[in-house]
Design a protein around this ligand. Structure first.
Ligand SMILES: [Zn+2]
Length: 453
């Protein structure tokens, strides 16, 4: 099937030289971009389907590099509205321990729908909690992603260090190292697609230095090497974590990662708020990736990540909305706007431009997930992961002096069009594969039940 997207008023391709076109067209052959140009395309045969991009801004779909989809069930919980990370976790673990397959399926669909609506075409997820041996909850979230049609790169997360062993989480949400490694292999073998344009890939993701054993950290890196998959964890998020690492392991967080074999191009770390200049040099030398999560860092009062300094080293940096329990929303375009604004608080008005933030959201994320050969820009041969913004909306009115940066500067709320792998998932602002109202009702019922326990 050939789809012609034509009369596109503005097109940001996101390619290496940041090409920007007007009155453009994009031809999609099944799931692959077959042609990009301006004016009227010279086709040998008519397309099967034509979509207008008139009065629209098109750009590559975004790649969300950090999320905990199940947490959409636990947004805006009043008891932890003012809590910092460790207190927030300690309270929420007691409710998180009741999640099951039904809860994970519904909450993943809610989180993914928010992602699509705000421009994401590929998302990761960090699911690190398998209460009472519910190993199949990761299968449930993969099912949820496939049923909607998003490109999905979830991680088989883990926690193995409970309170009784000096960690933070309660016994009910941790597993043994052996069970975690065995399950990690199962999930990789069952779902990890090594082919081009893969719709499902798996990474391994111990939750954080304070919730898994040193041995699990090491063994996870070894298994990832053997299976040729990526690894991910939270790192250097707060000063509490730094103190914990120094006291427990005798290392600061980034040095601890070096100690356990995690400073490799396979790894990407969420947060890195408290990375020193020496840490940044080390992360950059080892080609580690980074998921910047400004809303969560602000919400929990964790601090401002040194993205402006990292950028100068050429580090691979993507953006992540983080779990909804520490963001309370899941707006990816909103997250890019916050990234831009927050860097300016610390480093001045020219720290991060809107165009840099948009590139970080698409190609930056694709590089973090090692998928930049297939996604992250609108170029011939890449997967058709494409979004469009309707420029005739209230928030953009009077703001079209530079239409390409309007979604960030004018605080865009939602895309009007979202295509993943050649399939249209949002058209004229409406979801095509999911009934949102039914989903919302179900999610609210489950959320109330979990918080009542
Ligand atoms: Zn997180």
């Amino acid at each position: 099937m050939r789809t012609l997207l034509k009369d596109i008023s503005f097109l940001m391709t996101g390619d290496a030289v940041q090409t920007e076109l007007q009155n453009a067209y994009v031809l999609v052959d099944d799931n692959i971009i077959a042609a990009v140009g301006t004016g009227v395309p010279n086709l040998d045969a008519p397309a099967d389907r034509t979509i207008s991009g008139n009065r629209k801004l098109m750009m590559p779909g975004f790649v969300n590099t950090h999320h905990h989809l199940y947490q959409t069930l636990f947004r805006n919980v009043p008891q932890v509205e003012h809590a910092k990370l460790f207190d927030w976790l300690t309270f929420l673990y007691e409710h998180w321990k009741y999640i099951d397959e039904e809860a994970v399926y519904a909450s993943a669909q809610v989180g993914i729908s928010e992602m699509l609506k705000t421009g994401v075409t590929t998302t990761t997820d960090h699911l690190y909690l398998y209460p009472h041996g519910h190993n199949a909850i990761i299968d449930a979230e993969i099912r949820a992603a496939r049923d909607i049609g998003v490109r999905f790169h979830p991680t088989r997360g883990s926690m193995s260090l409970s309170k009784k062993d000096g960690g933070l989480p309660p016994d009910s949400v941790v597993q043994t190292d052996d069970e975690i490694l065995e399950e990690s292999e199962r999930v990789i073998h069952e779902y990890h697609d090594r082919g081009r344009y893969a719709m499902t890939r798996i990474a391994l993701a111990p939750c954080s230095p304070f919730s898994v054993t040193t041995e699990l950290m090491k063994q996870t890196a070894v298994l990832a090497e053997k299976e040729d998959v990526l690894i991910h964890t939270h790192l250097a998020e707060t000063q509490d974590e730094e103190e914990f690492c120094l006291q427990t392991f005798g290392f600061r967080p980034v040095d601890y990662m070096e100690e356990v074999g995690w400073l490799t191009p396979r790894s990407w770390f969420a947060h890195l708020v408290w990375a020193s200049d020496a840490d940044i040099r080390k992360l950059s030398e080892h080609e580690c990736g980074m998921a910047h999560c400004p809303a969560s860092n602000m919400r929990l009062g964790s601090g401002i990540a040194p993205v402006t300094i990292m950028n100068k080293t050429g580090m691979r940096i993507g953006v992540g909305v983080d779990g909804s329990a520490s963001n309370d929303t899941g707006s990816f375009i909103g997250e890019l706007r916050l990234a831009t604004l927050l860097q300016r608080v610390k480093y001045g008005a020219d720290a991060l431009t809107s165009r840099q933030a948009l590139a970080m959201g698409s190609m930056g994320g694709a590089r973090v997930l090692h998928m930049d050969a297939d996604i992250g820009s609108i170029e011939v041969g890449k997967a058709a992961d494409i979004i469009m913004w309707d420029l005739d909306t209230l928030e953009f009115a009077g703001g079209l002096h530079d239409p390409l940066t309007a979604p960030i500067m004018c605080d865009a709320k939602q895309v009007s069009f979202n295509m993943v792998n050649g399939k249209v998932l949002i058209e004229n602002g409406d979801f095509t594969t999911i009934d949102i109202q039914t989903l919302v009702d179900k999610q609210n019922t489950i959320a109330a039940r979990l918080m009542a326990r």
